[in-house]
Design a protein around this ligand. Structure first.
Ligand code: IMP
Length: 179
């Protein structure tokens, strides 16, 4: 499967190393607040990052999933729809949203608004990747793994039409894959 990849942008080793750093920072920050967060991972892209990150969070956290993705091919679609909502109540709960990538920022802005409306006491965001050049709404993740240039990437959870999520690194596909 690796023959579809033109170049590796972020290696598996660097993702693990950065997840350790983020986990430590998140543990330190929330320890100060006296309340562990509920991690809310956005399906499906954030699953590998969630799995790596939680190993390095030294707090008694819980996690849940939401599915709000509306991404097809390489272009974002304006409207965000809730495909799967949370199983538990978030009233008075501090939430740490776990995302694979912040692109236009629309998904995170909408989900943050929704969780605050449901009564979450606080909503923060951790994202493995950030593509700041693509931002169309005003949102910044509180914790970012890596800033990347404006290129479509796959791997470590990120897909192209549901493929290549299981690549163990972040890579750019060869142009012929899109034909
Ligand atoms: P946003 O609402 O435009 O910020 O889109 C966020 C979602 O778009 C992410 O959770 C990804 O599922 C998807 N996405 C954005 N950029 C990429 C990419 O380069 N590769 C794969 N999926 C992407």
């Amino acid at each position: 499967m690796h023959d579809v990849v033109e170049k590796v942008l972020v290696s598996e080793e660097d993702i693990v190393k950065r997840s350790m750093e983020l986990g430590k920072q998140i543990s330190d920050d929330y320890r100060k607040t006296g309340k562990a967060p509920l991690l809310v991972a956005l399906l499906k892209g954030s699953v590998p990052f969630l799995a790596e990150l939680i190993k390095h969070i030294d707090l008694d956290i819980q996690f849940d999933f939401m599915d709000v993705s509306s991404y097809e091919g390489t272009e974002s679609i304006g409207d965000i729809k809730i495909v799967k909502d949370l199983d538990c109540s978030v009233k008075g709960v501090p939430i740490l949203l776990v995302e694979d990538i912040v692109d236009t920022g629309r998904t995170l802005k909408e989900v943050t608004r929704l969780l605050k409306n449901k009564g979450a006491s606080d909503v923060k965001v951790v994202s493995l990747l950030d593509k700041p050049d693509r931002r169309v709404v005003d949102i910044t993740a509180d914790y970012v793994g890596f800033e990347i240039p404006n290129e479509f990437v796959v791997g470590f959870g990120l897909d192209y039409d549901q493929h290549y999520r299981n690549l163990p690194y972040i890579g750019v596909l060869k142009p012929e894959v899109y034909k």
